[in-house]
Design a protein around this ligand. Sequence first.
Ligand SMILES: NC(=O)c1ccc[n+]([C@@H]2O[C@H](COP(=O)([O-])OP(=O)(O)OC[C@H]3O[C@@H](n4cnc5c(N)ncnc54)[C@H](O)[C@@H]3O)[C@@H](O)[C@H]2O)c1
Length: 347
Amino acid sequence: MQHAKIFSVLRFTFYVPRPMKLLVTGGAGYIGSHTVRKLKAAGHELVIFDNLSSGHQDAIQTFELFVGDLVNKQDLEKVFSQHAFDGVVHFAGSIEAGESMTDPKRFFNNNFVCGLNLLEAMLTHDVKKIIFSSSAAVYGEPTKMPIEETAPKNPTNVYGLTKLMFEQVLDAYDYAYGLKSVALRYFNAVGADPSGEIGADHKNKTHLLTLMLLTALGQHDSIKIFGTDFPTPDGTGIRDYVHVNDLADAHVLALDYLTKNNNSNKFNLGNEKGTSVRQVIDLAKEITGVDFKVIEEPRRDGDPAELFASSQKAKTILGWQPQFPEMRQIVETAWNWHQKHPHGFEK
Ligand SMILES: NC(=O)c1ccc[n+]([C@@H]2O[C@H](COP(=O)([O-])OP(=O)(O)OC[C@H]3O[C@@H](n4cnc5c(N)ncnc54)[C@H](O)[C@@H]3O)[C@@H](O)[C@H]2O)c1
């Protein structure tokens, strides 16, 4: 018993992650482009696979890019034949939850069917490790806060459903084929790399903080907030915002975890404290120095009063420690990016 304990301490102490060759789908996107920098800094060799439908070449200037689409099995076959990958980090997908209700076909195809294409290519080429971008949307509207990984999964939109379905596929592929996965359930990704070189530039600008900062830059007349009569201290909805570089760090740790343990798992990634819409507005106004106009609208159907994560599992098992836990740091880094690139990336 004592020997086993000493051995496990030694193994942990002297564990040095092996550099891996990785395929990063959707690596030209917002979270992907921040993560590839961290993966490279950790010594991994990367090929980014992206159709550039919402990603940006400028976000990944120094990285090898294979322009391809997960819908095309030939593209996947080509990239897997050209490189001997040790694993895959899978960001590619369609992300707007609202759109998933009006155009579910696109979401089932891009998030689910394309995901299956990717897994097929992985199995054909004997690649047995994947990190998957899942979402807090798998939970829907749990009433117990903070949300733990074991909370009931009742997605309230097609987007969340596609993420949950793909997680279940990953479980089945582990059982049947020994394909090991880590699903990372992000809460609301925000902020930008402190360098100001990369940041959020989504085609559909629906993210609250982005909208506020672009309004502060004069690109919109006002922002709308939905619901000021929630049972929260200031009446506005409370959400969990997590810095994109902290999400990026978690991917490096998740890969180490997979290599070390060869065990599938799922982790929440959030800051474990909610911030209200009103608090985000106050901070954005203070940091930008602009008193932008805010229009108050009624609550939207099905918007829960508050959602925030427990990330204890990621902290304990992965050793994840967010470096930007304060909303102020998050808003400052996002503002730095938007000021330097008011119209986003050129290409
Ligand atoms: N942004 C968030 O707050 C958030 C929260 C939870 C989960 N997620 C998940 O994280 C992942 C990344 O999100 P993001 O905000 O960086 O989005 P993003 O749109 O910036 O990035 C997605 C990338 O995937 C590429 N892509 C899409 N479909 C593709 C296909 N069929 N073939 C090849 N490339 C394709 C796009 O061009 C883009 O570069 C997504 O899977 C998303 O669902 C994001």
